[in-house]
Structure formats: C-alpha cells, structure tokens
Design a binder for this molecule. Structure first.
Ligand code: ZN
Length: 322
C-alpha cells in the first residue's frame, strides 16, 4: 500500500513537472555550449509542444543556435534563455530539418536577428499541402500555445554544406544524405568534437523511417562514426556525453534499420505482400533480437516503419533487376 501510494505521488508530481519556461531545462554541456531539453513525448496541450531539444553556442562575437522548438512562444522562450546567458548578437540559427518540432519557432529567432539556415528541402516542405494540414492539426492540439506560430522559410539554404566561422569557432554544416527526412542537416564543431545530429540518432527510442530514406540513413550513420564525436547532441532525449555511449547508440540504430530492411527484403523475395509484412514484421524482428521488445513504442512504430520500407526495398529490387 505504501509503495502504491509512493508510486501514485511520484506519477502525480511527474505529471505536474512540465517546465513552465524553456529556461528551466537549460544545461551547460561544455564550455560555451548550452542546451534546452523538451520531454520525450508526443505533442500535447499539457506539454505545450516542448518535446524537442534546441542548442546554442556562444562564441567570442556571437551566438549560433541549433533548432527552434515547436512554437513561436517556445522560440521566444529560447531567445529569453539565451539572453539569460549572454547579450551577444544571435547571428545564425541552423535548422536540422523542417519538421514541426524543430522549426515552428523560427519566427522568434528571426525577430531576434538570426539568419536562418536550412537544407533547400525546407522550401518543398513549406509548399506541400500536407504540411499545412499538419499545421492546422497542431493548432487544434496546442490551441493558444500556437499563437504567433508561422511556417517561416529559411534565409539561406544549402544542398551539401557550408562552413560558418564565428569568433574562433567553426561550424561545419552538412547534408550527408537523406535519413530521417530528405533534408537532414548535421552541425559539426571540429575543434570541440561536438556533433548536433538532429533526428538521425536517438537514445532509447525507435527512429521513424516514414519520411526519409532507410538505405542512405545507414550511410549517414557510418559518416557519424567516422567523425567520431566526443559529444553528440540529438534532437530529442538526453545528450550523449561519451564516445562509448555514442558508438553504442549509433550502432544500435544501424542494426535496427539493417534488421528491418534485410527482413523485408527476404519477405518480398519470398513473394509476401505488404499486408503480410505489416502483420508479421514484429515477430520476425523479435526472432532476430528479442531485446527489441524492450524498446519504447516498438510494437506500434515498427509496423509503420515496415510499411514505408517495404515500398523502398521493392523499388530498389526493381532497379536492381533493370
Ligand atoms: Zn523531431
């Protein structure tokens, strides 16, 4: 009974623990590198959409921001958080990918003086009707928390990359491949060996494979291992602060995507259709590695991933046959 009560109190206090201001989550990661950390959840009215991370680096002359959070209001709070650390000008904001939880706050950063940098796919995203449907859906969930939020296009777009120099710091902004989206960008600080990885690597969550490319995602993961970062700062969840942790998580992501792709390839070669694959993909992967059962949302998200990867692999097989 005591334990039950303790658990109940714990869950109650946990539920009311949503940060009221982004600043409450501010962490100094290393010299001049800071992060704010959203909860590891879906967007809800209660969490105000604060489900993703954003980062900023203070150089001798300016502030460089990575990602803009999920709403204009959260973007404003991010600016206020930066202002609590430094009054240097906010010069650049690099957006790792144009998904709602990473770029809806861009308007606030632009108002604060930042030049917005993203992959040119951002323009495709903003012009698609489905993105506007998503925008309306977000408004329904977030209500007044969405006030002021607009889909703001970037000022500078990249296809492969550009280097930003600010003070004595160098930021290598690169699009290595399509992974989580067609326009993923990572930001690499070569002297500090810090990598901002967007949604390409997660700690303890299944990646969503429905809007990028699973085959080239693997190329991106190899590239991250080659860079060999000391610190990896993801778009969601906890920062990865040791080489061992980073290698472990990158290799795990690689293994999951490979297991899924190989299994689906075999099923297609055996003449199985999409319905069969969706129905049997969980048990097939658990046969390869039973520990997948412990991964949050595996049972729900894995069949959705299988749906997208089925068509990708089917296309690849057609191309190979040509
Ligand atoms: Zn995200």
């Amino acid at each position: 009974m005591k334990l039950l009560l303790a658990l109940l109190l714990f869950s109650l206090s946990f539920a009311s623990e949503y940060p009221k201001h982004v600043k409450e989550t501010l962490k100094k990661i290393k010299d001049n590198v800071y992060g704010v950390f959203g909860v590891y959840e879906q967007v809800s009215y209660e969490n105000r959409g604060f489900i993703s991370n954003a980062y900023f680096v203070v150089t001798e002359e300016a502030v460089v921001v990575i990602d803009a959070l999920t709403t204009y209001k959260l973007g404003k709070e991010l600016v206020e958080t930066i202002r609590s650390v430094t009054d240097k000008p906010i010069k650049f904001a690099v957006i790792t990918h144009y998904h709602t939880d990473h770029f809806y706050g861009v308007g606030a950063l632009k108002e604060a003086g930042a030049t917005i940098i993203a992959h040119e796919w951002a323009f495709d995203y903003v012009s698609q009707p489905s993105s506007w449907n998503f925008y309306e859906a977000r408004k329904k969930i977030l209500k007044e928390h969405m006030e002021g939020t607009e889909m703001v296009e970037p000022d500078i777009t990249i296809t492969q990359g550009l280097d930003i120099h600010s003070g004595r710091k160098k930021f290598v902004v690169r699009h290595y491949c399509k992974a989580h989206t067609p326009g993923d960008v990572v930001i690499w600080m070569p002297e500090d060996k810090v990598l901002f990885s967007g949604d390409i690597v997660f700690d303890g969550r299944l990646p969503f494979l429905g809007s990028g490319n699973s085959k080239t995602w693997l190329v991106c993961l190899k590239k991250i291992l080659e860079l060999d970062p000391d610190v990896l700062l993801p778009g969601h969840g906890k920062p990865m602060l040791t080489k061992e942790r980073i290698r472990d998580r990158v290799n795990w992501t690689y293994k999951y995507i490979s297991d899924l792709r190989n299994t689906i390839r075999k099923m297609i070669e055996e003449g199985r259709d999409i319905d069969y694959v969706r129905e049997h993909i969980n048990e097939a992967l658990l046969e390869i590695d039973p520990s997948y059962a412990q991964v949050p949302v595996f049972f729900d998200v894995n069949p959705v991933n299988a749906y997208y990867v089925y068509f990708e692999v089917e296309n690849e097989l057609l191309e190979e046959g040509e």
